[in-house]
Design a protein around this ligand. Structure first.
Ligand SMILES: [Zn+2]
Length: 344
């Protein structure tokens, strides 16, 4: 094991075992390299990785349907792929996607049992992988999809250094890193009510939060809080008394993301090489979960940003007015004024 000039940990044949922060930022700026091992396309077989896993595309018949990207542009799900070498693609399939796909069955309660019976680290790894793929793919997306106008790429506004930890977890199947039990973030699993759209995926880039709906199961996770956001929102969410709608799941995601924003003492993450050559992803937890004050309008804007696209596609009357009301914190989708859960 050695350290290369970029500060990365390398293996016996020079392969990158662990990317330094600087090396990850360099990797993120180069769309031609494999996003897992960093190898260049020249002289290596690439077959590219679906950003949304193939098993989900097949389960919800999404291959020929179009995904709406953050810039409003639409792309076929089947072509929503990221540069990945054949070897890493197979590894991710074998170690992450296949076992995860077996946990998510049609019945909500059976899925929860499967998740409970497995290590929470596998789900956390998968969510980190999904999140980093979404963000790396944005390197190819212009903020303004109209090519007649000048535009930066969406990814240029991301804090890549801040995403280094998530990338390290996402590629743990390749580096062989163990993930310490203190590392996984806050994750909530909800039962979803039957709706026409059975799949949803979204992220709050600035606050490392991801939501995914897989049929009857909705998951929201904060990836870099080491579980500190959970107790902040737990009481609020405890009044949810039935299956949720897609827009309610999005509101929950915005609330968790905002909780993460409010954390003032943040966990620190690093990778450590132990004497036996075992690489471990570690975290140092803050002494207290100190947090800032809730700003109603700031939270309202985040909820409006997360729920707005669904509102615009829905049959609701005057969606623009509802978005303004969300921004002002005047309406929400989870609870009525008397505090009861909205189920209709
Ligand atoms: Zn690779």
């Amino acid at each position: 094991m050695a350290i290369n000039p970029e500060g990365s940990l390398t293996g016996p044949t020079g392969e990158i075992r662990h990317f330094s922060r600087r090396a990850f930022v360099a990797l993120a700026s180069d769309t031609s390299r494999c996003f897992i091992c960093g190898i260049s396309a020249a002289g290596c077989q690439f077959n590219d990785e679906h950003v949304i896993p193939d098993w989900l595309l097949r389960r919800f018949c999404l291959h020929s349907r179009r995904i709406t990207l953050p810039n409003g542009h639409q792309l076929m799900y089947g072509r929503y792929t990221l540069r990945c070498c054949k070897s890493c693609n197979s590894l991710l399939g074998r170690n992450i996607e296949t076992p995860i796909s077996q946990l998510f069955v049609e019945d909500f309660h059976a899925t929860v049992e499967n998740l409970r019976a497995n290590s929470p680290t596998l789900l956390y790894q998968w969510l980190c992988l999904l999140f980093i793929k979404l963000h790396l793919k944005d390197r190819e997306m212009r903020v303004d999809p109209d090519t007649r106008n000048e535009s930066v790429q969406i990814s240029e506004i991301y804090d890549w250094e801040g995403l280094h930890h998530i990338h390290s977890v996402a590629r743990a199947a390749h580096s062989g890193a163990k993930i310490d039990d203190s590392v996984p973030g806050t994750t909530f699993v909800f039962e979803m009510k039957p709706e026409l759209e059975e799949f949803d995926l979204g992220s709050q880039s600035d606050y490392s939060t991801i939501l995914v709906r897989i049929g009857s199961v909705g998951i929201v996770s904060v990836l870099n809080d080491c579980g500190f956001v959970g107790p902040m929102v737990g009481e609020y969410l405890s009044h949810i008394s039935g299956p949720m709608s897609a827009i309610q799941l999005r509101e929950v995601a915005a609330r968790l993301a905002y909780g993460n924003k409010l954390l003032t003492n943040r966990p620190a993450f690093w990778s450590e090489l132990e004497r036996e050559g075992i690489l471990t992803i570690q975290s140092r937890l803050p002494a207290s979960g100190e947090r800032g004050e809730v700003d109603k309008a700031e939270l309202g804007h985040l909820i409006a940003f997360t729920c707005g696209p669904l509102l615009m596609r829905s049959s609701t009357t005057e969606p623009e007015e509802k978005i303004l009301q969300l921004q002002r914190g005047e309406i929400q989708f989870l609870y009525r004024d008397d505090g009861s859960f909205i189920q209709d």
